[in-house]
Design a protein around this ligand. Structure first.
Ligand code: PBG
Length: 334
């Protein structure tokens, strides 16, 4: 009996670049990408972040340049983090109408308006991190109770005030990242009460306590000693992540997010399958640092690894992806 060969030949669809392009199920678009940007008070020059090669703490002027560049590249959004000159126990700078994050938001909105006039296309959506850790002298994401634990309900009041101040400064999206129970509901109520019914909430819903946030702590000069395990989730749990996403959806989240992306692709897929709102994923600082470090050593193909890592996040179900490579990827995509 002669060998006739396999009946099914999946390799047929991989024969040429044009065939592979034709049948690709997942594609990256610049418009799906959001670039996180750091703006620091009281500096005259941008400060490089050593554990995130290529990323900097911006001055207000270079923040405007970065937003403009994002707009020219067609990037979908910018997520702003502020680093204040002075910190205190309540994170007062986070709710100061003239605090660094609020100034950054106004600057970003002006840059977006300018780049839209220049290009005739939509610029990036301006988003704000709504969390206290950059503003507190102890580095936790909330205010502390007398026993030193993070006080959930007292923190909610701070988040509500913060979201309103951010909206007033021009945030189109506020992004509560502190993992306090009930944060989406109180922020929605506060925004609506202040007349900001059109400001969206991107909820960090399934956010894990992760070693991969390490470089971010340098990026925001974090004062934290200890960890965030009483509010961020244990990496052992997926069901809990779905519950968090369901609660945020019920509380009115406009977008739900899973983070870190690369170590939570299973959770991302499950959240995407049950969510009726767009799903975001955050490729965090440590994911960025790992690929940059390996590439700098010549151990990995940088561009290939960057694109594959982001494509995998999209394939797992993310509609939008926060990534520090957003501008570079947008340029590659042309
Ligand atoms: C909290 C916040 C963090 C990140 C985004 N928002 C730090 C943390 O939870 O410890 C991490 C992002 C990254 O690592 O890239 N404001």
């Amino acid at each position: 009996m002669s060998l006739t060969g396999p009946v099914h030949r999946p390799r047929r669809l991989r024969t040429t670049p044009r065939m592979r392009r034709l049948v690709a199920e997942t594609r990256l678009h610049a418009a799906d990408l959001v670039v996180p940007l750091f703006v620091k008070e009281g500096i005259d020059e941008p400060v490089p972040i050593s554990s995130m090669p290529g990323q900097v703490q911006h001055t207000e002027a270079t923040l405007a340049d970065a937003v403009t560049a994002a707009g020219r590249a067609g990037v979908g959004g910018v997520m702003l983090f502020g680093i204040p000159a002075v910190r205190d126990a309540e994170g007062s700078a986070g709710t100061d109408p003239d605090g660094i994050l609020q100034r950054g938001l106004r600057t970003a909105r002006e840059a977006v308006a300018a780049v839209e006039r220049e290009t005739g296309r939509p610029g990036p959506v301006v988003m704000a991190d709504t969390c206290l850790d950059e503003f507190t002298d102890h580095g936790h994401c909330g205010v502390l109770a007398a026993d030193g634990t993070v006080d959930n309900d007292a923190t909610l009041e701070r988040y509500a005030a913060m979201a309103v101040v951010q909206a007033r400064a021009g945030a189109e999206v506020v992004a509560p990242s502190g993992m306090m129970d009930g944060q989406v509901a109180v922020i929605r109520e506060a925004l609506d009460g202040a007349g900001f019914t059109d400001v969206s909430i991107l909820a960090y819903s399934a956010k894990y306590a992760s070693a991969f946030y390490g470089p971010f702590r340098e990026a925001v000069d974090s004062a934290l000693s200890g960890d965030r395990r009483t509010y961020q989730m244990d990496a052992a749990n997926s069901r809990e992540g779905l519950r968090e996403a369901d609660l945020d959806l019920a509380e009115g989240a406009d977008v739900v997010m899973v983070k870190p992306a690369g170590t939570s692709l299973d959770v991302l897929r499950d959240v995407a399958d049950r969510s009726d709102v767009p799903v975001a994923a955050y490729q965090v600082s440590g994911e960025y640092a790992m690929i940059e470090a390996a590439a700098a050593n010549g151990w990995i193909d940088r561009r290939g690894a960057v694109l594959e890592s982001v494509l995998a996040i999209k394939r797992a179900g993310a509609d939008l992806i926060l990534t520090y490579w957003a501008l570079e990827i947008a340029d590659w995509l042309g």
